[in-house]
Design a protein around this ligand. Structure first.
Ligand SMILES: [Zn+2]
Length: 493
C-alpha cells in the first residue's frame, strides 16, 4: 500500500485536532482523504457532500496538480506522494493582447500621451533604468487603468505601490468608512482617518503620494447591475474582496469583459494569488465551480488575520498587475501561488481550464451576470444575516439575565476573542464544538448563544435546532452590539 502525506489546510485544521498533515497508507486519492475523515470525522461534512462525493468547492491536488486533470478520486497513489486539500477562501494578460475591437475603440478614445516631463523622468528614474520598463513602459503605465475592488487589506498596499509606480488611473470600489480595527493592516489609512469614508481618505493619500495619478472613486457596492460597465473601463481588475458573492461577481465580469483578474485571498496566516485570464487560462470558476456554504467558512472578520499577510499578498497582486500592463515576464496564469507566513513557504499549484466550466469553456451556459448572494447562499446586502433563527436583542438579554430564570448564556467564540470582551456568567463552547456539548446543554431551560457579531452564534443555534432544541436564541449583533448598547466598558472589535 503506498505511503503518502495528506496536507490539511488551515481553515480545516480546527476540525482535525490542529493537524497540519498526516501520513496515510492508501491506494487512491479518494481512499486517502476518506481515511483522513475516519481519523477526524469532523472533516467529513466539509469535504464530502450528501451524495458522498467530494464537494465542488474543495480542490484536491496530487503533487501540485489538480486531480480533476487525472482520475479524480480514483487517481492512483505511489509512495511519497503529497495530497493537498485546497478549499476556497474568501478573507482578495498583457494589455496588448486584449481583443482587438475593445482595444482599438479604447485607443481611439484616448488622447495622445504627452511626453514625460522633467519631474516625471526624475520620479521614475529607477524604472527608466530597467530595460523591461524604460521610457516606453513608463508611458504605458501612465496610460493604464487598474480597478481595485475593495480598498482594504489587499487593496491598500496594492494601491500604494501602483500609485507610486505611476499607473495613471486607479479605480477604487468601496463604500465603507475607516474603522479603528482596519489600521492593523490597511496601510492606506491613518489614525486621523477613522470615521471618514475610505475612498476620500484613500484618494487623498494616493494623490499625495503621486499627483500624476488620477483616483476614480466608485463609492457603491459592485453588483450585477453595474459590474460590467465599471470593469470594462479598465485594463486590469484586482480582486481585493473578502466575500464570495463579490469574488464570483469580479471573476464573471472579468471573463465576460475580457479584462484579466488578478486574484488574491487571505486567511489567518495563509494567502493565495493567481491571475485569472480566461482568454488564455482558467478562471476562478474553473478552480472552484461553486462557493462553500456560508456556515462552512468563517469570514476574515471572525477568523482574524496577521496584519502583514495582506501586505505580502496585495503586493504580489500589484506585481502581477504591473507585469500585465507592461507585457513583461510570466504572469501567474494557470498557477495558484500559496503563501504560508508561519512556515514562510511558497508553493505553486498548476491550474487548468475546466473543459466544462459554465462560464469560460466552449460549452459555457452562463452568458451574463447572475444573482450572486443567492448563488453563494448568503442574504442580499442589507438583509439580516441570521436567517430563520430566533434572536434576542441585547436589552432583552440584560432583562432576561436579571430575571428569576436566567437563560444559559453560551459564548461560542474562540479563547483569543474572550480576552477582548466577555459577558459575565457565560460558559465557553467554541462554535466548532457545540454539537459535542449537547448533553450539558439539554439541562438548560433556555439558551442564548453569542459570538462577535451574531453570525457564528446563528450557525450554532441552527445546529442545536436541527438536533431538536426548541429553546435556543442567538444574540442579535453579538457581543459587539452588547458592548455598544449595554456595557460600554469593553471594546468593540
Ligand atoms: Zn472557467
Amino acid at each position: 500500500m503506498p505511503k503518502v502525506t495528506v496536507r490539511i489546510p488551515t481553515p480545516l485544521r480546527s476540525f482535525a485536532a490542529g493537524e497540519k498533515e498526516r501520513a496515510i497508507d492508501a491506494p487512491t486519492v479518494g481512499a486517502a482523504i476518506r481515511s483522513l475523515c475516519d481519523v477526524h470525522p469532523g472533516l467529513r461534512r466539509h469535504l464530502f457532500g450528501a451524495d458522498d462525493r467530494l464537494r465542488n468547492f474543495v480542490s484536491v491536488f496530487l503533487n501540485d496538480d489538480d486531480i480533476r486533470n487525472h482520475e479524480r478520486e480514483a487517481t492512483p497513489l505511489t509512495d511519497g506522494d503529497v495530497v493537498a486539500i485546497v478549499p476556497a477562501i474568501a478573507g482578495g494578460a498583457p494589455a496588448a493582447r486584449r481583443n482587438r475591437s475593445a482595444r482599438s475603440t479604447r485607443t481611439a478614445a484616448r488622447p495622445v500621451e504627452p511626453p514625460m516631463g522633467v519631474d516625471e523622468l526624475r520620479r521614475y528614474s529607477r524604472h527608466l533604468l530597467l530595460p523591461e520598463v524604460g521610457l516606453a513602459g513608463q508611458r504605458k503605465l501612465r496610460g493604464a487603468r487598474v480597478l481595485i475592488v475593495g480598498a482594504g487589506g489587499l487593496g491598500s498596499p496594492a494601491a500604494l505601490y501602483l500609485a507610486a509606480a505611476g499607473v495613471g488611473t486607479i479605480g477604487l470600489v468601496d463604500f465603507d468608512a475607516v474603522d479603528a480595527s482596519n489600521l492593523q493592516r490597511q496601510v492606506l489609512y491613518a489614525t486621523s482617518d477613522v470615521g471618514r469614508p475610505k475612498l476620500a481618505a484613500a484618494a487623498e493619500r494616493l494623490e499625495g503620494l503621486n499627483p500624476g495619478v488620477r483616483v476614480v472613486r466608485h463609492e457603491h457596492r459592485l453588483d450585477r447591475s453595474n459590474a460590467l460597465e465599471i470593469v470594462k473601463a479598465y485594463d486590469v481588475v484586482m480582486d481585493g474582496t473578502d466575500n464570495f458573492p463579490t469574488r464570483y461577481l469580479v471573476n464573471d465580469a472579468s471573463v465576460l469583459t475580457g479584462v484579466p483578474n488578478v486574484y488574491g485571498s487571505i486567511y489567518r496566516f495563509e494567502g493565495q494569488v493567481s491571475v485569472f485570464d480566461a482568454r488564455r487560462g482558467p478562471c476562478y470558476r474553473c478552480l472552484y465551480p461553486e462557493p462553500p456554504p456560508p456556515d462552512l467558512v468563517p469570514s476574515c472578520a471572525e477568523a482574524g488575520v496577521l496584519g502583514v499577510l495582506p501586505g505580502v499578498v496585495g503586493i504580489l497582486q500589484a506585481t502581477e498587475a504591473l507585469k500585465i500592463l507592461l507585457g513583461v515576464g510570466e504572469p501567474l496564469v494557470g498557477r495558484l501561488l500559496l503563501y504560508d507566513a508561519l512556515a514562510m513557504r511558497f508553493r505553486e499549484l498548476t491550474l487548468r481550464k475546466d473543459p466544462r466550466c459554465v462560464l469560460c469553456s466552449p460549452h459555457a451556459t452562463q452568458k451574463g451576470l447572475i444573482d450572486y448572494p443567492a448563488f453563494c447562499g448568503v442574504p442580499a446586502p442589507g438583509e439580516a444575516t441570521e436567517r430563520d433563527v430566533p434572536e434576542i436583542l441585547p436589552e432583552e438579554l440584560r432583562a432576561a439575565l436579571a430575571s428569576n430564570e436566567p437563560p444559559l448564556l453560551v459564548d461560542v467564540r474562540e479563547p483569543e476573542e474572550r480576552a477582548i470582551s466577555r459577558i459575565a456568567g457565560s460558559v465557553d463552547i467554541p462554535n466548532a464544538e457545540i454539537a459535542e456539548h449537547v448533553d450539558d446543554l439539554t439541562r438548560a431551560r433556555s439558551i442564548v448563544l453569542f459570538c462577535r457579531s451574531g453570525s457564528r452564534s446563528a450557525d450554532a443555534a441552527r445546529t442545536l435546532i436541527e438536533l431538536g432544541f426548541s429553546n435556543v436564541r442567538s444574540l442579535k449583533g453579538g457581543i459587539n452590539a452588547w458592548v455598544t448598547t449595554v456595557d460600554r466598558s469593553m471594546p468593540v472589535y
